[in-house]
Design a protein around this ligand. Structure first.
Ligand code: FAD
Length: 249
């Protein structure tokens, strides 16, 4: 199967439980993650009374403007990314501060029926897609043959799970960067902002840029107060990109 879009699923979001003795005089619409960040920010100055009568999202706008990014670190979102390539995740996992990852293991998981992610630049060109797909299927056939032969070669290894791992970890070398993978990504809102700023911009590689835009849409729906200063636009290369108002808080 060939993927042409990432699939982004929210696995976890903050659940805020406000302590009654320090309740914030909250205004406007908000979600738990935003309320948690507002609570944390207001605790610093004990401004729970909300003297400026700011709605939660206005308050967070000011936090971003002032560069008080640490307040945003309290809210953490976990996403499941599917339909993304291993070359995408290779770039994604470079984002370290505030991130946690768990990715499908090619040593343990059989990739005989792995899917592949069509590079965005190829989509829509029949000849290019044909050549690319033929190459993917050929690599996969080589993988299947190698696993089979390696299982025989290491038949003397009594532990079958270990033997399979030996075979798969060697055979995976022929699988292309475009092999589809699945990854759970957890990050706080500040870390997501940094990653999204870098990876949704025009300079980013096209697949991770497309994924960053998809993640941005999901997270903006979750918590506009953290992400509403991103603007998605159609770039000169006719693909979507995003720019941010409050750079790297
Ligand atoms: C368009 C593009 C092209 C790229 N090309 C390449 C390439 O060719 N080769 C390559 O190797 N990488 C490349 N990268 C990856 C890049 O070098 C970074 O590793 C990646 O963007 C993560 O950025 P970061 O370190 O700022 O992020 P994070 O790890 O998310 O860190 C966020 C911020 O926290 C701080 N921080 C995190 N860790 C530390 C630390 N250990 N010490 C001090 N401060 C820290 C920094 O301020 C950092 O900006 C590319 C990235 C982009 C966006």
């Amino acid at each position: 199967m060939f993927h042409t879009e990432p699939k982004v699923t929210v696995l976890a979001r903050p659940q805020f439980t406000e302590p009654g003795h320090l309740a914030v005089h909250r205004m406007g619409e908000s979600t738990d993650g935003e309320r948690l960040a507002e609570f944390a920010g207001r605790l610093c100055y004990m401004s729970q009374r909300n003297p400026a009568n700011r709605a939660t999202r206005e308050y967070l706008e000011n936090i971003k403007k002032q560069g008080h990014g640490s307040v945003l670190e309290h809210a953490t979102y976990s996403l499941l990314l599917e339909g993304v390539s291993r070359s995408l995740t290779h770039e994604l996992v470079r984002h370290r501060a505030g991130f946690a990852y768990s990715q499908l293991s090619q040593r343990y998981v059989d990739e005989s029926e792995a899917h592949f992610v069509v590079p965005p630049a190829i989509i829509g060109d029949e000849a290019l897609e044909g050549a690319w797909k033929a190459q993917m299927l050929s690599a996969q056939a080589t993988y299947v043959a190698l696993v089979d032969q390696l299982m025989s070669r290491y038949g003397w290894v009594a532990d079958k799970i270990h033997r399979r791992k030996m075979a798969r970890e060697a055979a995976r070398g022929v699988l292309p960067n475009s092999t589809e993978t699945k990854i759970v990504v957890t990050a706080n809102a500040r870390a997501w902002r940094t990653m999204l700023e870098l990876r949704s911009s025009e300079g980013a590689e096209q697949e991770i840029r497309r994924c960053a835009i998809a993640v941005l849409r999901v997270l903006t729906a979750e918590a506009p107060g953290f992400f509403s200063d991103f603007e998605v636009y159609q770039a000169d290369d006719r693909r979507e990109a995003a720019r941010i108002s409050y750079h790297k808080v």
